[in-house]
Write a protein that binds this ligand. Structure first.
Ligand code: GRF
Length: 201
């Protein structure tokens, strides 16, 4: 069976990228990591990726159109024969055109139990709402932000006295388990079915 190639888009720390790369590296997920791309030149996740021997690239978004930014992303993703894209703390919204090119093949992780607390400022809003439970969601990316079908959700308690950082840390531990689980599910769904664009590249 052909192993699909997963490329990972980041903007920062890259701990979810590392969880995905580890799961591929240790063969828990039958996939190869193609490239890690950051829109932020000094994202710490780039060094973490290099530590795994994964090729890295920087595609800046500032000062140019979304179309130009996404054309560069697409060229690099194709160069590395990408089948699946994982957004892992990637802080840009992708256009409908880009998402449609990769329909069903882009995953994102969000630190709440979607559809609750979609969007930004998640931990503060979660705490302000006084809910007793939160967690993370891995979902397929569609043109509408933080929607798309859900592959995995993992729940954690919200404890009395939690701050944004204690809650974020608890959710992050759940993310590192949930994201590899969701990627494994997508890989098995797409087994031996590489992205159609690969035939023409
Ligand atoms: C995670 O909490 C993820 O849910 C959110 O951004 C954070 C990224 O962390 N989308 P990391 O860069 O993977 O460490």
């Amino acid at each position: 069976m052909i192993k699909p190639t997963v490329s990972i888009l980041i903007s920062g720390r890259g701990s979810n990228m590392e969880a995905l790369a580890s799961a591929c590296d240790s063969k828990v997920i039958p996939a190869n990591v193609g490239v890690v791309i950051s829109n932020i030149a000094d994202a710490p996740g780039l060094d973490r990726a290099a530590g795994f021997g994964i090729p890295t690239a920087v595609v800046p978004h500032a000062g140019r159109s979304k179309a130009a930014f996404e054309a560069d992303l697409q060229a690099i993703l194709k160069h590395y024969k990408t089948d699946i894209i994982c957004l892992a703390g990637f802080m840009r919204i992708l256009s409908a055109d880009f998402v449609n090119l990769w329909e069903g093949r882009i995953l994102n992780i969000h630190p709440s139990l979607l559809p609750d607390f979609a969007g930004t400022n998640v931990y503060a809003r979660t705490l302000a709402a006084g809910v007793r439970e939160s967690g993370c969601t891995v979902h397929r990316v569609t043109a509408e932000v933080d929607s798309g079908d859900i592959l995995v959700q993992s729940r954690v308690p919200v404890r009395a006295g939690d701050t944004e950082s204690t809650l974020a840390e608890r959710i992050l531990q759940a993310e590192h388990v949930a994201y590899p689980q969701a990627l494994a599910m997508l890989v098995s769904q797409l087994a031996a079915k590489p992205h159609p664009e690969r035939k023409v590249s």
